[in-house]
Structure formats: C-alpha cells, structure tokens
Write a protein that binds this ligand. Structure first.
Ligand SMILES: CC(C)(COP(=O)(O)OP(=O)(O)OC[C@H]1O[C@@H](n2cnc3c(N)ncnc32)[C@H](O)[C@@H]1OP(=O)(O)O)[C@@H](O)C(=O)NCCC(=O)NCCS
Length: 167
C-alpha cells in the first residue's frame, strides 16, 4: 500500500470511495463527498492523501485550515476520511492519518483537530481537552493533536466548504 498526495485522475475515485464509505454510517447526511469537492474547488484542500493498493484508491483523507475563536494560527482540520468498506479495520485509516500529520508538521502546523469517535481517533493520538468546542456538540468528540504551543481552547470552525454542505 502506498500513501501519496491525490492526483487529478484520482478525483472520481475519491468521490466514489467517500460516498460508499459514509453511506452506511448513521451520522452521515451525504455531505462528505460534496465537502471534499468544495474544499478542492475553493483552494482549501491543504492536503489530500490517498491510499493506493494495486492501482486502486482504497482510502482517502482531507485536511483543510480551521479557525479557533476566529484565528487560524496554524491549525488544520482532518476530514472527511474514508476507507473502502472491504479494507476497514486493517490499519489503512491509521496510515493515512499518520502520514497526514507528518506532512502537516513539516509545514510547521501547530496542530490538527477533528470531530469524530474518540474510540477511533484516541487510538491515533488525538485527545479531547474539554476546552475545544464545536457548535454545541459533546466536547468528547471535539479532538485535537497539538504539535507545538498550548493545548487549543475555543470554538473550532471548519472551512466554508463544510458550511455550504450543511455542517
Ligand atoms: C473511520 C475509518 C476512516 C477508520 O479507518 P480504518 O482503516 O477502518 O481504521 P484502522 O484500521 O486504521 O483503525 C485505527 C484504530 O481505530 C480503531 N477503529 C477503527 N474503526 C473503528 C470502529 N468502527 N469502532 C471502534 N474502533 C475503531 C481500530 O481498532 C484501530 O485501533 P487499534 O489499531 O489500536 O486497534 C473507516 O472505518 C471508515 O472509512 N469509516 C467510514 C467513514 C467514516 O466513518 N469516516 C470517519 C467519520 S469521523
């Protein structure tokens, strides 16, 4: 398996993968594939990595700028992230996240935040500190990974592509 940045000819495969991975999820409103497209179109797709195996795209993760209490300050958001249904629970998501975090650190990012299941992202090094909030959600799902500086505190906002898609 190879983790690499997306190429223009991956776009349709990423779209299909994202739709298929989120379709069975109870929390999905179907906005994830449009969010990825919108991030790309608006120039907010800071980092888009695919997991490729034998020529097939089996995983994808997007990273985009976020603000905390209105200030970007070197923080990025992780998501959407998708792994092909038949390849889940075998370390593909973990590999995508690890490579993404490595590349963000190389850009001297200060940290990465996400909304997600602590059972999954806690195992990848993310934590919730109770100080980072997002639209009134339970703060245990508002998680972060700090690279440098203090632990984040305040209201987390994702790129406009997430609002346009209904988030
Ligand atoms: C969430 C997702 C990206 C994780 O990718 P993955 O390749 O299946 O995950 P990994 O195999 O790398 O697992 C990483 C860790 O998370 C845990 N984990 C993964 N899926 C889990 C689940 N559904 N419930 C509980 N723990 C889970 C694994 O046990 C693993 O920890 P461990 O290695 O310490 O055992 C993938 O399952 C997916 O595409 N899901 C559908 C779309 C989705 O829900 N996206 C995320 C929305 S927040």
């Amino acid at each position: 398996m190879l983790i690499r940045p997306e190429r223009p000819d991956d776009v349709d495969a990423i779209d299909r993968l994202t739709i298929a991975a989120f379709e069975p999820q109870w929390f999905s409103d179907g906005s994830e594939a449009p969010i990825v497209r919108s991030l790309r179109a608006s120039g907010d797709l800071t980092l888009s990595l695919v997991a490729e195996d034998e020529g097939d795209v089996i995983g994808h993760v997007a990273f985009s700028p976020v603000t905390i209490d209105g200030s970007h300050d070197g923080w990025f958001g992780l998501g959407p992230i998708s792994v092909r249904l038949d390849r889940q629970r075998r370390g593909v998501g973990r590999a995508l996240v690890a490579e993404g975090l490595r590349r963000l650190r190389d850009r001297e990012a200060r940290g990465c935040a996400l909304i997600g299941d602590p059972n999954i992202y806690g195992r990848m090094g993310f934590t919730a500190n109770g100080l980072l909030s997002h639209r009134g959600l339970d703060r245990v799902v508002v998680q972060h990974f700090t690279f440098s500086g203090p632990s984040p505190s305040g209201e987390l906002r994702f790129a406009p592509a997430f609002d346009a898609a209904g988030r």
